[in-house]
Design a protein around this ligand. Structure first.
Ligand SMILES: Cc1cc2nc3c(=O)[nH]c(=O)nc-3n(C[C@H](O)[C@H](O)[C@H](O)COP(=O)(O)OP(=O)(O)OC[C@H]3O[C@@H](n4cnc5c(N)ncnc54)[C@H](O)[C@@H]3O)c2cc1C
Length: 302
């Protein structure tokens, strides 16, 4: 059942039992108990302030780095993509990108504004909020390297500005004040050239489609690269390319990708993640850490 409720204040759409498989790039995941799509930041702040203090909350971007288990997510999922989707120029070298804006849109906007430094975002299929949470990066670029400040909302609906110094930022991770989520980033870029940035974006996208299974449902890299090595190299050298559990399969094109070949469950994918990690540890003595966020309840707990 997928009931839709239209609350008057705060406004927005609140659905119940919304299948998360519709909102993740792996196309798997059980239902979110509640799924809230706000229509304004004011409504979002009011909605947050009214929630019970112990309500589990999960902020969702484009679901491109998420494995939601088959039993789904308890509590409320907050959706950023419909509302927080503006990118604007603040001054000569600065942009403000809201959390629900697709990274590719930020890259193109910066290129058109003749600003350089955001090209790497072009091929990352997530939102600015997800890129901040994950410190997403590619081809030498990293999100927090271009962040000057961020805007956040907390559980009480309080809006704040924060600096990078307020966060612990590392390789594919950033953690900061508890119970605060991103609503926008202010990016500081360098003066560049539209043609040159557009050429670089095309080149990065081509490198991706040459080396990654971009047409198949995945979450990108499943594991973080261990220091001084590549997860994909270790997985391939363990003979795991093509290894399959149910509909989940280690990609033949890029060994650090697990693809949903059709009909995979989150349990298939999680079992394959565990098997890959165990095999790499047995063969190479290296313990791989997942980059993907694994959330929610197994099916039998639902
Ligand atoms: C084909 C493919 C290629 C990829 N290539 C790359 C790559 O090159 N480099 C790379 O770094 N990643 C890559 N990824 C992974 C993914 O795109 C990034 O991690 C991206 O930043 C996730 O953004 P999202 O909006 O989809 O976040 P989601 O998957 O929706 O969420 C990821 C995490 O961010 C949190 N989050 C989302 N929005 C907010 C917010 N507003 N405030 C606080 N927390 C929030 C979520 O709660 C969750 O913990 C790839 C994925 C795919 C499918």
């Amino acid at each position: 059942m997928n009931a839709v409720v239209e609350p008057s204040v705060p406004r927005g759409r609140l659905r119940r039992n919304e299948p998360m498989a519709r909102h993740t790039s792996w196309r798997v995941g059980g239902p979110a108990q509640k799924f809230y799509e706000p229509v304004s930041v004011v409504d979002l702040a009011a909605f947050l302030a009214e929630l019970p203090v112990d309500e589990p909350l999960f902020w969702l971007g484009l679901g491109s780095n998420l494995l939601v288990r088959d039993g789904g997510l308890p509590g409320t999922v907050i959706v950023t993509t419909g509302l927080l989707n503006t990118v604007e120029r603040l001054d000569a070298k600065r942009l403000r990108a809201e959390a629900g804006v697709a990274c590719a849109k930020v890259a193109r906007f910066a290129a058109r504004a003749a600003l350089t430094g955001a090209e790497f975002l072009a091929g990352i299929p997530g939102t600015m909020g997800g890129a901040l949470a994950m410190n997403a990066g590619a081809f030498g670029g990293e999100t927090w390297n271009v962040v000057e400040r961020v805007e956040t909302l907390d559980r009480a609906g309080q809006h704040r500005e924060r600096l990078p110094a307020d966060y612990r930022i590392g390789y594919r991770q950033a953690s900061g004040p508890a119970d605060e989520w991103f609503i926008a980033a202010h990016l500081r870029l360098e003066s560049g050239d539209t043609g040159e940035s557009s050429r670089r974006i095309r080149e990065l996208l081509k490198r991706r489609s040459d080396t990654q299974p971009t047409g198949q449902a995945s979450c990108g890299s499943v594991f973080r690269n261990p220091p001084g090595d590549y997860a994909a190299r270790l997985i391939e050298a363990s003979g795991l390319k093509g290894r399959r559990i149910g509909g989940a399969c280690v990609s033949e094109k890029h060994a650090n990708f697990i693809v949903n070949t059709g009909g995979a469950t989150a349990a298939d994918i999680e079992s394959l993640i565990r098997e890959v990690a165990a095999t790499v540890e047995r063969v190479h003595g290296v313990r791989l850490a997942p980059e993907v966020n694994i959330v929610g309840r197994p099916a039998d707990d639902a």
